[in-house]
Design a protein around this ligand. Sequence first.
Ligand code: NI
Length: 168
Amino acid sequence: MTVRSILAFPDPRLRRRAAPVARVDNKIRQLIDDLLESMYASGGIGLAATQIDVHQRVVVADVSEPGLEPLALVNPKWNPAPGAEVQRHEEGCLSVPEVRAEVPRYSRVLVEALDRDGQPLALEADSLLAICLQHETDHLDGKLFVDYLSPVKREMIRDRLRKQRYVA
Ligand code: NI
């Protein structure tokens, strides 16, 4: 397992749309392990392959709730669960360091994907995991949580991160 460096907003590589995985092989399992390792090293609860500059549809999540194992999802797709509501929650992102903002998300989602063995997997997620999985699949489509904010706010965040990088 290798800790990979995480791209930071406004890096244009974060805007690439990831390609579906044709076959879950050892290379994909290696990618999953690297994603988990990189996510834990940064103290995140989710990470998408896009964020380590690998443009394949793979995400991992570990919201550390009792009874929930770390999740690895290949080619994830989600739909709002029946009766799900749109709610605003504060989010952050390892690719947008030290910024938190409220984003509208569905409260419950039905998720379909392949697991690390290439087997189909279906799950219903709520609370933090639901938010996390919507956030991570956005990454695979080149979308960031700051895209839900006003252009003025997004520009402020971009400036702040640029300055931080000059100082660092
Ligand atoms: Ni993120």
